[in-house]
Design a protein around this ligand. Structure first.
Ligand code: SAM
Length: 389
């Protein structure tokens, strides 16, 4: 899954380090688990129990789908009946619009046509659909908040239908929800995250059409199949919450892999669409990004410049006091939240008996541009730092 700052691309090197550093640990924690890429890797490649945490609920659903299961699961048994249930629900809506399936096909070379389609779709989702959906007594948060923006009306209705017809068996439901998150993230008409959808302008209209034509069913089957094959050796835990709660749940000798935010913009601003999907409850949204109210979006001390140093020091101090090993990834140079890998190293210096720093080149997201550069991606040195007791 595309995720800002995800460490999937570093796992060739980082994975070996985590395996070596955890050789005497019973559990390994991933308290900033994000896309779940590292939690999944650790679950599949170690005999340890993986303890995942994140402020965002969708991140926990992703991690849990693999770390809490110790055998593969039959994907066909999940998606066949699930797609059937969802399409049955969807057809109760589309049967009221006999040509709905064919209406999203303007000539991709005629920008004016695409723009008109997008604007019509927005009006349709805001004014026509809500009346029809009322009768179904279900929640349609994706359609009402994001239909005509991040998703075509039909995509949004299908995502809602899939969300409200998830399997009831716990393990099947967990895999299904993780696959649904991945599918929504791959279909969103936005640049890799969901801070703002593409707007129907002369330059961006074609990207909207291209995203709206992405096949939800096929992507869902692919994601379900891939996730269902992955599993852990030991059952892990995955809990939504602050990193301190995850770390405090560990035992002496366990290992923490810490990949905290480096940006002064909160992650929750960029991933609210996936969070809404997981919660499955209708919300009020505002602004170009169609954001839920700020009080509904988790805020991180790591993304507040005035607090980021205290958060970093809590991380180092708590790991040390609880006698936990720590592997940290962080940009080597100054990041926009005011921290660098060196700050963490300084904090650990008089505590941990050995600190080893590796540097790797990485391009990282500036979360849509920063004060120095409007480019959304920058090359940087990323540090992997091992703090040993
Ligand atoms: C750099 S990303 C982690 C990426 C992840 N390692 C991956 O490979 O996808 C940082 C994550 O920390 C989460 N986060 C931010 N502040 C947090 C906090 N105080 N406690 C727990 N998680 C937090 C964000 O939601 C985000 O998912």
């Amino acid at each position: 899954m595309k995720y800002m700052g995800h460490k999937g691309k570093l796992l060739n090197f980082l994975g070996d380090i985590l395996i070596a550093e955890s050789k005497n640990s019973r559990s390994i924690a991933d308290p900033f688990c994000g896309s779940g890429a590292v939690s999944w890797f650790l679950a599949e490649n170690t005999q340890k129990s993986i303890v995942s945490g994140d402020l965002q609920e969708f991140a926990i659903c992703r991690a849990a789908a693999v770390t809490q299961r110790t055998a593969p699961i039959d994907a066909i048994k999940i998606y066949k009946p699930w797609l059937k249930r969802a399409h049955r629900l969807l057809s109760k809506i589309t049967e009221k619009f006999p040509n709905a399936e064919s209406s999203v096909e303007p000539d991709p070379n005629k920008t004016d046509n695409i723009i008109r389609l997008v604007l019509r779709s927005r009006v349709f989702c805001e004014t026509v659909l809500p009346e029809i959906l009322k009768g179904l007594r279900r929640q349609f948060p994706m359609t009402k908040a994001y239909g005509g923006h991040y998703f075509s009306p039909l995509q949004a209705l299908l995502l809602d239908s899939l969300r409200s017809t998830l399997p009831t068996n716990e393990q099947e439901r967990s895999v299904a929800l993780a696959a649904l998150i991945e599918t929504a993230s791959r279909c969103a008409a936005s640049p890799g995250h969901t801070a703002q959808p593409f707007q129907p302008t002369t330059t961006s209209a074609k990207y909207i059409l291209e995203a709206w034509q992405r096949p939800i069913d096929r992507l869902l089957i692919e994601a379900t199949t891939a996730i269902s094959l992955k599993h852990a050796s030991l059952v892990g835990r995955a809990t939504t919450g602050d990193f301190m709660a995850t770390i405090n749940s560990l035992e002496e000798g366990d290992l923490v892999f810490a990949d905290p935010p480096y940006s002064d913009v909160h992650y929750s601003r960029f991933y609210h669409v996936l969070e809404t999907l997981v919660k499955g409850v209708e919300i009020e949204v505002t602004g170009r990004g169609r954001y839920p109210d700020i009080t509904e979006r988790p805020s991180s001390r790591f993304s507040l410049k005035a607090q980021s140093k205290f958060a970093a020091s809590d991380l180092i101090e708590t790991c040390f006091n609880k006698k936990l090993g720590l592997v940290l990834t962080f940009p080597s140079g100054n990041a926009s939240n005011g921290l660098s890998a060196q700050d963490f190293i300084q904090m650990g210096k008089n505590r941990y008996s050995s600190i080893e720093q590796y540097e790797v080149s990485s391009d990282f997201s500036t979360l849509g541009g920063n004060s120095k550069s409007r480019s959304a991606r920058l090359m940087c040195q990323e540090s992997i730092v091992c703090f040993r007791l």
